[in-house]
Design a protein around this ligand. Structure first.
Ligand SMILES: NC(=O)c1ccc[n+]([C@@H]2O[C@H](COP(=O)([O-])OP(=O)(O)OC[C@H]3O[C@@H](n4cnc5c(N)ncnc54)[C@H](OP(=O)(O)O)[C@@H]3O)[C@@H](O)[C@H]2O)c1
Length: 421
C-alpha cells in the first residue's frame, strides 16, 4: 500500500468536499493500493464550525508554514483561492518538491509562464489543475491525456455557469438583464459583485488555461478579446430567435495554420448547434480535433462535489505516479486578434428616412457585406432596436462600422455587436 500524506489549504466549499470524498471513497482508493491521509488542514479561522467531518487524526492549523515546512506532507491541495497567498503556497510547495493540486483558475492563468518554468525546474513535483476549468467536467485530462494523439483545432464552450444561468432565464422568460441578474443574485447563482462572471473575466482565465493545454501557447489574459453579457437585452433574444438561434457567452480558441485566435464573447448560437440547449448553470465544451472531429463534454461547472471530485481525481493520478503533463505542449503560434466570422450588429435608433441606406454605406465603406436586415415591429419610433447581420468579415471591420454608425444623429448609442457561431 502506498501512502500519500496531504496538507489541504482551505476548508470551504471545495476544500470541505475534498475531505468528504476522500473519507467516503477511502476503501475504493485502498483497493487501488493507495492510502490517502489528510495530515493537516489550513484555514483562516481554526475555531470555525465546519460543515464536514474531519478525520480524527487531522490537525487544523492557520499558519501556512505548518504544512509547507512539514516534510512528511508530499501533496498540497490549494483551495483558498485568490492570487496572492495562494501563489505563495503553490510556488513554495513546488520548490519544496511537494506535488500540488489546485482549483484556482485565476492563479494558474495569471502565472502560466512562471508555473511552467518552475515545474520544469522541479520535475518530481506533480501538478494537477483539472478542477480549475469547467469544475466537474474532465476537460484538462481529456485534452492532455485522452486526445494526446489527436491534433486539436478548436475549443469552444460555455464555461461560466452564472452567465449561462442568466442568459437561459432571459431567453425563457423574455426578461430584462437587470431583473434577471437580481434574481440570480437572490438565488445564489451570482455573487453580490458579479463583475468577474458577467464581464467575462472568469471565462477568460479558463480559456487561457485551455489554450495552453490544447495548443501549447501562453496567452497574456489582458490581451484576450473579452465582452461580457451586461449589454444583452431582451430584444437581442427576440432578434436571435428571428435568426433561428439563442445567445450564449462563449469562449473560443481556434488554431489556423501557424496562428490562433482566442476570445470571450456573447454569441448568436443556432438552435441546431450542440451548445444551444445547454441551459442553467451547466457548462459545456466542444473540442474540434483532427481525428475525433467533434467531442462534447457537458456537466456541472462548479459546486462542492463536482469540483472536489476533479481535485480528488488529480490526487489519485499523482498518487499512482501518473504525470498528466498538461503543460507539456509548447508551440509558437502567432495570435491573430482580428477575429473572423459573421457578426450581429444591433443599433438603437430614432426612426426616420434613409437609415438603412446610411448603415449600408457605413458597411460598404468598411468592406463589410450585409447578410440580412432585421426589424421587429416598431413599438416606440423614438427608440427602435434595429439589427443587421453580416457575411464573413473581421472584428476590425465591424468595429469600424460601429464607430461610424455610432456617430450618426439617428443612433441613440454606440451599436452593440457580437459574433455569430
Ligand atoms: N466553489 C466552487 O464551486 C468552485 C468551482 C471551481 C473552482 N473553485 C475554486 O476553488 C477555490 C476555493 O473556492 P471555495 O468556493 O472553496 O472558497 P471558500 O468556500 O471561500 O473557501 C475558502 C477557504 O480558504 C480558507 N482561507 C481563505 N484565506 C485563507 C488564509 N489566508 N489562510 C488560511 N485559510 C484561508 C477559508 O478559511 P475559513 O473557512 O476559516 O474562512 C476557507 O476555508 C477558489 O480558487 C475557486 O476559484 C471553486
Amino acid at each position: 500500500m502506498k501512502t500519500i500524506t496531504l496538507g489541504i489549504f482551505g476548508g470551504g466549499t471545495v476544500g470541505g468536499g475534498v475531505v468528504e470524498i476522500l473519507s467516503q471513497q477511502k476503501a475504493v482508493f485502498e483497493a487501488q493500493g493507495i492510502c490517502i491521509e489528510i495530515k493537516k488542514l489550513c484555514v483562516r479561522d481554526t475555531g470555525k464550525k465546519r460543515d464536514f467531518q474531519l478525520p480524527e487524526e487531522t490537525i487544523v492549523v492557520s499558519d501556512f508554514s505548518k504544512i509547507l515546512e512539514d516534510e512528511e506532507i508530499d501533496l498540497v491541495v490549494e483551495c483558498i483561492g485568490g492570487t496572492t497567498k495562494a501563489k505563495d503556497i503553490v510556488f513554495e510547495s513546488i520548490k519544496k518538491g511537494k506535488s500540488v493540486v489546485t482549483a484556482n483558475k485565476a492563479l494558474i492563468s495569471a502565472y502560466l509562464s512562471e508555473l511552467e518554468a518552475l515545474l520544469a525546474q522541479y520535475p518530481k513535483a506533480g501538478f494537477g489543475f483539472e478542477a480549475s476549468v469547467g469544475g466537474g467536467i474532465p476537460i484538462i485530462h481529456t485534452l492532455a491525456r485522452d486526445l494526446v494523439g489527436d491534433p486539436i483545432q478548436k475549443i469552444s464552450g460555455i464555461l461560466n455557469g452564472t452567465t449561462n444561468f442568466i442568459l437561459s432565464k432571459m431567453e425563457k422568460e423574455g426578461a430584462d438583464y437587470a431583473k434577471t441578474l437580481k434574481e440570480a443574485q437572490d438565488l445564489g447563482y451570482a455573487e453580490s459583485d458579479p463583475t468577474a462572471d458577467i464581464e467575462g473575466y472568469d471565462a477568460r482565465s479558463k480559456i487561457a488555461i485551455l489554450a495552453k493545454v490544447a495548443f501549447g501557447v501562453v496567452v497574456e489574459e489582458s490581451s484576450i478579446f473579452m465582452k461580457g453579457i451586461s449589454q444583452i437585452t431582451k430584444e437581442d433574444f427576440a432578434y436571435a430567435d428571428l435568426l433561428g438561434g439563442t445567445i450564449k457567452l462563449l469562449v473560443v480558441a481556434e488554431k489556423k495554420g501557424n496562428s490562433f485566435s482566442i476570445y470571450v464573447s456573447p454569441m448568436i448560437v443556432p438552435y441546431s448547434h450542440n451548445l444551444a440547449p445547454i441551459g442553467g448553470a451547466t457548462n459545456a465544451v466542444l473540442i474540434g480535433s483532427k481525428y475525433l472531429s467533434e467531442t462534447v463534454l457537458v456537466g456541472q461547472g462548479a459546486g462542492r462535489f463536482p469540483t472536489a471530485n476533479a481535485i480528488v481525481s488529480d490526487i489519485l493520478l499523482i498518487a499512482h505516479g501518473v504525470d498528466v503533463a498538461a503543460f507539456s505542449k509548447k508551440e509558437s503560434l502567432v495570435k491573430d486578434d482580428n477575429i473572423e466570422g459573421k457578426f450581429y450588429i444591433r443599433m438603437r435608433i430614432k426612426d426616420g428616412l434613409g437609415i438603412v441606406r446610411r448603415v449600408a454605406e457605413c458597411c460598404e465603406k468598411a468592406g463589410v457585406s450585409i447578410d440580412s436586415v432585421q426589424q421587429l415591429p416598431i413599438e416606440n419610433p423614438n427608440d427602435v432596436p434595429f439589427v443587421v447581420t453580416t457575411d464573413k468579415t473581421t472584428l476590425s471591420a465591424i468595429e469600424k462600422v460601429c464607430e461610424e454608425v455610432g456617430r450618426e444623429t439617428f443612433c441613440l448609442e454606440k451599436p452593440f455587436f457580437m459574433p455569430i457561431l
